[in-house]
Structures are given as structure tokens and as C-alpha cells.
Design a protein around this ligand. Structure first.
Ligand code: GDP
Length: 305
């Protein structure tokens, strides 16, 4: 399991790893002094770790080196590895909120269009199905026919139930029908795909709030989880998006998609440090199996291999 995770993350991070780790190894190859360690800040910054994190890590290494100038290159890399792990572990990943056994677990998936929401819903549906759960997916973006069709075709391939609304119908009404259907059909999990048009920011947030209220009406306490899908290739923009969504519709988790397309795996650290929202899954490709639960230790190990 861990091995499979490592392989997927390693290959997703291969561009990052080759740049990040090689640069660090090259930097520490020669005689190490305070200036060498200062140069580390730039490498960390370029890997998308952000000014704050890059600065703090460099300071920590600088202090350790000052206390013990005999530290070798390998030892400094190990310190960096451990400090990076501390960052990721500073935001615990709690177990999923579980409904009473007679009710479905309702998971709302939100995010800006193009970030990988629908693909992530399909990947998650497959994961839950593989765990032996009965899954239902709901397509509530009634203003985007292509999005609905995309989810329908995934659902067909995965052989999971799908509920969709009529074009331009009220997304909250679709959510109502879908959660009701999930309950009636004895589904264990319902994944609700939502719209993500940013240009209509306030109405979108209102729409999400209405969907949430509707879920709660059908299954008290739901949605049990609200996850935001972020595109790893968008850097700082991803942080801003998360802040906006979190403000209007509190998030219980993040899915970081397209890590395979990002040359900057550092975004995972920045997200953890700035947002303190559990990073639950990472997307490592376009295929339906390209999703792995986020595990801090394996992630950092993959980065340094
Ligand atoms: P949505 O508009 O948020 O629902 O986004 P989609 O699910 O339609 O995804 C947008 C594009 O991103 C599609 O071409 C997906 O195949 C692609 N995509 C989604 N997740 C990943 C990922 O983890 N890696 C890569 N490389 N592409 C992804």
C-alpha cells in the first residue's frame, strides 16, 4: 500500500524531485558554510514553498549549522527532510465524519471549473466502490451540460448510480433529489459535484450554501465532508481560491489535483502551513486510478528520493 503510494507520488513528483532534490544536493556538494545555506532559501522559494516557509526553513538550518558546523551534507538534508515533515504533520488529517449507519455519507465537492472536480469525483467514487461501498454521484452543475455528461460517462464506466437535473434547473433541487435517492437506495456514500464559475463568485457561494442546507434537510448533519479541489499547477492562486471558499463554505478537506503536471510540489507545504485545512488526497494523473490519500511521511520521502 505504502509502496504503491510512494510509486505514484514519486512519478507525479518526478519533475519536482529532479529539480528540487538535485539542486539541494548540488548546493551541499562542496564546502558548506553559512552562505551555502542562505542559497537554500531561493531553491525552496522556487519550489513554491512560499517566502515565509522558505525563510523559516533556512533559518532553522542556519541555526543548526551554527550550533554544529561539523554537520555533513547528508545530515543537513535529513534535517530539511524532518522539518518539511513537521510542516505537513502540523495539520492533522482526522478520520472522515461518519453518519449513523442507516444514512449515507454525504461528501460535497467544490472548486473552480477546470481544477479537476469532476475527475476527482470519479476517482473518489472508484475508491469508495473498491472499499465495497455503494456509491452514488450527483451532477448539480445544471448550467454546464458538458460537465453533467462527463460525470454521467464516468458513472457508467464505474457502474455507479448517477443523479442529474434538467438543464438550468435549481442545483439545490438536484442535490435534494440525489441525497433522497441515496437514502432510498441504501447508498453508503454520495459524492456531489458542484458548479465552479468564479466570475459569479457571490451567487456561487450562495448556491453552495443552499445545496448544503438542502443536504442537511434530507440527512441531518450533512454534508459530512466538504472538499475543495485545487489545481497544483496554479501556485499562489490556489491559496487565494481556498481562502475564498473556506470563508463562505467551511472546508473539511482539500484534494490537490494535477500534482503530476506541477514542477513545484512545494505547494503542498504552503497549503498546509497557510490554510491548516487537511490535505486528504492528491491527484497524480488523468486516469481514474490516479488519486492517492495524502500521507505526509511518504510525500516527503518521495520528494527526497
Ligand atoms: P472540473 O471543471 O473542475 O470538473 O475539472 P475536470 O474534472 O473536468 O478536469 C479538468 C481537466 O483536468 C481534465 O482534462 C482532467 O482530465 C484534468 N485533470 C484532472 N485531475 C487531474 C490530475 O490529477 N492530473 C492531470 N494531469 N490532469 C487532471
Amino acid at each position: 500500500m505504502v509502496f504503491k503510494f510512494l510509486d505514484k507520488v514519486k512519478s507525479a513528483l518526478s519533475r519536482t524531485t529532479s529539480k528540487f532534490t538535485q539542486k539541494i544536493r548540488a548546493l551541499f556538494q562542496n564546502q558548506i558554510d553559512a552562505e551555502t545555506i542562505d542559497e537554500l532559501e531561493q531553491i525552496l522559494y522556487e519550489a513554491d514553498l512560499g517566502v515565509l516557509t522558505a525563510g523559516q526553513l533556512t533559518e532553522t538550518l542556519q541555526a543548526k549549522f551554527k550550533a554544529d558546523p561539523s554537520l555533513t551534507s547528508d545530515q543537513l538534508i535529513q534535517i530539511l527532510h524532518d522539518e518539511l515533515l513537521k510542516i505537513l504533520e502540523s495539520t492533522p488529517i482526522p478520520p472522515l465524519v461518519q453518519p449513523p449507519s442507516s444514512e449515507p455519507q454525504v461528501i460535497l465537492i467544490v472548486g473552480v471549473n477546470g481544477n479537476g472536480k469532476t475527475t476527482s469525483v470519479a476517482k473518489l467514487a472508484k475508491r469508495f466502490k473498491n472499499e465495497g461501498k455503494k456509491v452514488l454521484v450527483a451532477a448539480t452543475d445544471t448550467f454546464r451540460a458538458a460537465g453533467v455528461e462527463q460525470l454521467e460517462s464516468w458513472a457508467q464506466r464505474l457502474e455507479v448510480d448517477v443523479v442529474k437535473g434538467l438543464p438550468k434547473s435549481d442545483p439545490a433541487a438536484v442535490a435534494f433529489d440525489a441525497v433522497t435517492a441515496a437514502k432510498a437506495r441504501g447508498a453508503d456514500v454520495i459524492l456531489i459535484d458542484t458548479a465552479g464559475r468564479l466570475q459569479t463568485k457571490t451567487p456561487l457561494m450562495e448556491e453552495l450554501a443552499k445545496i448544503k442546507r438542502t443536504c442537511n434537510k434530507v440527512v441531518g448533519g450533512s454534508p459530512h465532508e466538504t472538499w475543495l479541489v485545487l489545481d497544483a499547477t496554479t501556485g499562489q492562486n490556489a491559496i487565494e481560491q481556498a481562502k475564498t471558499f473556506h470563508q463562505f463554505t467551511p472546508l473539511s478537506g482539500l484534494v490537490l489535483s494535477k500534482l503530476d503536471g506541477s514542477a513545484k510540489g512545494g505547494i503542498a507545504f504552503k497549503i498546509t502551513q497557510e490554510l491548516k485545512i487537511p490535505l486528504r488526497f492528491i491527484g497524480t494523473g488523468e486516469g481514474v486510478d490516479d488519486l492517492v490519500p495524502f500521507e505526509p511521511q511518504s510525500f516527503v520521502d518521495a520528494l527526497f528520493q
